[in-house]
Write a protein that binds this ligand. Structure first.
Ligand SMILES: Nc1ncnc2c1ncn2[C@@H]1O[C@H](COP(=O)(O)OP(=O)(O)O)[C@@H](O)[C@H]1O
Ligand SMILES: [Mg+2]
Length: 321
């Protein structure tokens, strides 16, 4: 869906982005991860032509984006700016309606779509006439997301979308983000410096350093098959928690007990991360988790203790391999 080839941006002598290449498949979430100044924002801005590159090519849906008018290109791309970028003198409704106004949607259509998005993002319609500074940080982020989603673009670029939030709000918004139907159909590139966030939300991660991509892979690949010491070092500090997020319930299948009927409990699929499996116990009162195998519709179920035990058995086996 998105193909970036040898993309560079030089500011004078600074190589902000240095000949990077990567691809994003349709409906995939790719995370650009790295410390401040490594070139994430510059990369993102080149993809919707807010910054013109010094070299390289970008294709979206097989079309060379530099052969399109920027305004036309941007209609197909939702952009969530770093620090949400809402217009302070526009109300919530006006902020969300910017693109529909440009596209000259009729008033009814705009109102309907804005209301629909507010509901999906759990914002009361009471806020329609509020100004951004009257909202909490989390609410502002939701409005920023609504604004990017309003015209239903197939591509979404997000620059540190949850960066300014406290941990509790962030983890709540992460849950919602993963559950939002509108996002499941989108091809997403998200920028973050937060390793945990990258592991929670990314199907794949490009770890960047000094304008280059050091490794491009799934969270599990970065964790268990790091290309070099930089990758290893970057993930070291929070390693256990990252393992919780990188390992899928599917990986633990051999150690999960078969259900003993009749057992009731929350149901999830085996492509859920171990971390989200544990979260089920936090969010539902259930004592068992029923896990559905995506391919053969087999079911296994586990208590919290059984799930933890499966994780440690899996780890033990990994260590012997
Ligand atoms: N307009 C600019 N002029 C000069 N240098 C810039 C400009 N924009 C970004 N840079 C530099 O390019 C590098 C990458 O910046 P950026 O892409 O914003 O990093 P990140 O988003 O990863 O924090 C940094 O060294 C930054 O100082
Ligand atoms: Mg940035």
């Amino acid at each position: 869906m998105i193909k970036v080839e040898n993309l560079s941006k030089h500011f004078g002598k600074i190589k902000a982005v240095d000949a990077i290449s990567f691809e994003v498949n349709a409906r995939e979430t790719l995370v650009l991860l790295g410390t401040s100044g490594c070139g994430k924002t510059t990369t993102l801005k080149m993809i919707n032509r807010l910054i013109e590159p010094s070299g390289g090519k970008i294709f979206i849906d097989e079309k060379n984006i530099f052969e399109q008018k920027p305004e036309i290109l941007r209609r197909g791309i939702g952009y969530v700016l770093q620090n949400n970028g809402l217009f302070p003198h526009y109300t919530v409704a006006e902020n969300i309606a910017i693109v529909p106004q440009l596209l000259k949607w009729d008033k009814k259509h705009i109102e309907k779509r804005v209301a629909e998005l507010l509901e999906k993002l759990h914002l009361s319609t009471d806020y329609l006439t509020a100004y951004p500074n009257e909202l909490s940080g989390g609410q502002q982020q939701r409005v920023g997301l609504a604004r990017a989603l309003v015209a239903d673009p197939s591509v979404l670029l997000m620059d540190e979308p949850f960066g300014a939030l406290d941990n509790v709000t962030r983890s709540k918004i992460h849950q919602e983000f993963k559950a939002l139907d509108e996002l499941k159909r989108k091809t997403i590139i998200m920028v973050t410096h937060d390793v945990q966030e990258a592991f929670e939300l990314g199907d794949r991660i490009c770890l960047m350093d000094k304008g280059k991509i050091v490794q491009d892979g799934t969270p599990a690949e970065l964790l268990f098959k790091p290309h070099n010491d930089f990758v290893r070092g970057f993930l070291q500090e929070q390693r256990l928690q990252l393992e919780f997020k990188a390992i899928k319930l599917h990986d633990l299948w051999a150690w999960l007990p078969a259900p003993q009927p009749p057992k009731r409990g929350a149901e999830i699929t085996d492509d859920t991360s171990f971390w989200n499996g544990l979260e089920q116990f936090k969010f539902s009162a259930s004592e068992t988790l029923n896990i559905n195998h995506g391919e053969n519709s087999e079911v296994r179920s586990a208590s919290f203790e059984q799930l933890m035990s499966a994780f440690y058995q899996y780890k033990k086996q990994q260590a012997h391999e």
